[in-house]
Design a binder for this molecule. Sequence first.
Ligand SMILES: Nc1ncnc2c1ncn2[C@@H]1O[C@H](COP(=O)(O)OP(=O)(O)OP(=O)(O)O)[C@@H](O)[C@H]1O
Ligand SMILES: [Mg+2]
Length: 238
Amino acid sequence: MTGGLTTTGLAGGRGTDTVIRDIDLSVDSGNVLALLGPNGAGKTTLLLTLAGLLPSRRGSVSVDGTPLRNGRPAAANRAGLVLVPDDRCLFTGLTVEENLRVAARRGGPGPTAMLEVFPALESRWKLPAGALSGGEQQMLVLARALIQQPKVLLVDELSMGLAPLVVESLFETVRAIAADHGCAVVLVEQHVELALEAADQAMVLRSGQVVARGPAAELAADPARLRDAYFGQGENPE
Ligand SMILES: Nc1ncnc2c1ncn2[C@@H]1O[C@H](COP(=O)(O)OP(=O)(O)OP(=O)(O)O)[C@@H](O)[C@H]1O
Ligand SMILES: [Mg+2]
């Protein structure tokens, strides 16, 4: 069996509101899934539910075929699921090295091992994270996730506020992390074109439901289908 992330019939939300429903998702180890959709579609809610930070109402989440217990973020993290939240959450007063040391795991790689994947951080090593550029901060955010040796990496809007060239290079790194470290990546993005270039598969959420899915290259080649999925003409929930 190929490892990775699987959900079946996942539903969840906040408080009493069900925000996402009937989510069947599968990302193999080494692959990237672009999770797209308009504002308020439920993308962040889905990631938080996968990470156990919001309890699910229905359905299941499995990592490498093993079901996770509902609403247990620490257990999900131990099972190899690592979330990169959309608000970075760095310790801005700590240095780059210290931010990595805080996240490193016993028996896992140390901070300096991350320089192989993120050589640009070397000249920033002793600077506080708050002094880094936006792109450098996102590198650090990715390095902090990678140091935890994820089996599944959930990335929420890495590109927010960054120039397209910076985003492109960050997405290349995300691809490399998936390929070289054999992890399954879910990449939530508003930067649709760049995300589809970086991804193997893609899925569009609208009003909490899947309205389109397929190979990323196929969706990239069919902008009309994407537009309809976003704005609700033609494509209906599965
Ligand atoms: N903290 C919150 N409390 C209550 N409802 C929320 C909260 N955050 C989001 N929601 C609601 O949940 C729904 C889905 O929001 P979510 O943030 O998951 O969407 P999203 O696809 O990530 O949007 P965006 O592209 O803006 O990040 C929306 O209707 C939103 O109003
Ligand atoms: Mg969001």
